[in-house]
Design a protein around this ligand. Structure first.
Ligand SMILES: *[C@@H]1O[C@H](CO)[C@@H](O)[C@H](O)[C@H]1NC(C)=O
Ligand SMILES: *[C@@H]1O[C@H](CO)[C@@H](O)[C@H](O)[C@H]1NC(C)=O
Ligand SMILES: *[C@@H]1O[C@H](CO)[C@@H](O)[C@H](O)[C@H]1NC(C)=O
Length: 341
């Protein structure tokens, strides 16, 4: 093979497999056992202005990272490969009132991959927690989650562990075409409000081959979720897989198309749950819910459909109850092939 052909062949190879330019965090001064917040921000700045595919690499090792705003729009696909353990500040004061530790927004074609662990170091915050979530009116610390994906499209999270988040692990909000595969969530079963993945106003989300063990709902489906697939997921400990709560606010959007398939719930409080507030609006609908091949091992309440969900007496029970319409609910019964052990 002559030299020119070799160049053409390797060019075609790069074009075909999209070999991305690699930006190692060390190039930006990020080294193990140090705070890489500034190094990561600089690497992101370079990645986001690149006109060809880029991969930011954080190799094995332990790093500290404060709140970071991973923001687009960017020009080309970006992969962030994390093989190290990334630690959040354990002290709530250091995060300066922010609600998301690693905050992704206004992006498309993002991949977050690797064997890495994002450790929210929530233990101190769990100890201080009193009462329910912020809206309950009880004294509560501000919500602070490990990952926020806000208005992010065509994204894959592959590998990666979310550990000991201060509150929720992951929020997926306003996203389209978003896949979690081989993802892991871990926190102790008594850690308060550590929901696994909470979804809202998002379409075409897939949660596949994922293990979730945490202190609250493994997956919770908020309003405006459309075409969600949760498949081959293990949940437990935790509070199970929950649709809702829905119907508390008039601005909420319908939920359409949820498939929960081949999931195992182990030692959870609830199995699959639908919870809706009784007040308003009566126009909200939940359509096309499918639960198939669900195995429950030691689950206290395997199936709960609560249309009068009303914690902390937030609603006036004397009012005529206006219930959220659960349409095609027969499909729950038809497809609920539940095995309890
Ligand atoms: C994501 O997709 C939605 C719907 O197609 C679109 O309106 C929005 O602009 C996209 N956002 C980004 C950051 O690409
Ligand atoms: C969804 O996102 C993935 C990952 O970026 C991409 O490969 C795929 O083409 C997208 N699918 C659609 C229908 O846009
Ligand atoms: C069901 O999910 C488990 C993982 O929880 C996986 O090992 C198994 O292959 C899945 N079965 C099918 C038929 O996909």
């Amino acid at each position: 093979m002559n030299f020119n052909i070799a160049i053409i062949v390797s060019f075609l190879f790069l074009a075909e497999y999209g070999a991305a330019q690699v930006l190692d965090i060390s190039k930006f001064g990020g080294s193990p056992n140090s705070d890489i917040t500034q190094a990561f921000a600089n690497a992101w700045k370079e990645a986001c202005t690149s006109t060809t595919a880029v991969k930011i690499v954080i190799p094995a090792g332990t790093y500290k990272l404060n709140v970071i705003d991973v923001k687009g729009p960017c020009k080309a696909p970006i992969e962030i490969q994390v093989d190290g353990t990334i630690q959040a500040p354990s002290n709530q004061d250091e995060i300066k009132g922010e609600t998301q530790w690693v905050k992704f927004s206004y992006l498309h074609s993002l991949t977050l991959s690797g064997k890495g662990v994002f450790d929210g170091q929530g233990a101190n915050v769990w100890k201080q927690k009193a009462g329910g979530p912020a809206w309950s009116g009880k004294k509560s610390n501000k919500v602070f989650m490990n990952f926020g994906f806000n208005f992010v499209n065509d994204t894959i999270v592959h590998g990666i562990t979310s550990k000991d988040s201060k509150n929720f692990h992951v929020l997926v909000f306003g996203c389209h075409n978003f896949t979690f595969d081989d993802f892991t969530i871990i926190a102790p079963k008594d850690s308060p409000n550590t929901d696994g993945i909470h979804l809202g106003k998002s379409t075409d989300v897939k949660i596949l081959n994922t293990n979730i063990g945490t202190g609250d709902d493994c997956v919770s489906v908020g309003d405006g979720t459309k075409n969600l697939i949760v498949q081959n997921v293990n949940c437990g400990p935790g509070h199970g897989i929950s649709i809702g709560s829905l119907g508390k606010f008039t601005t909420e959007e319908n939920v359409e198309g949820v498939l929960i398939k081949n999931c195992t719930l182990t030692e959870t409080d609830n199995g699959v749950r639908v919870k809706t507030w009784p007040n308003e609006p009566a126009t909200l609908t939940i359509t096309d819910l499918h639960f198939e091949d669900i195995i429950m091992v030691n689950v206290r309440n395997p199936v709960i459909i609560d249309q009068e969900y009303c914690p902390w007496n937030q609603c006036n029970k004397k009012e005529k109850l206006l219930l959220v319409k659960l349409m095609q609910l027969d499909q729950i019964a038809m497809c609920l092939n539940i095995v309890t052990k």
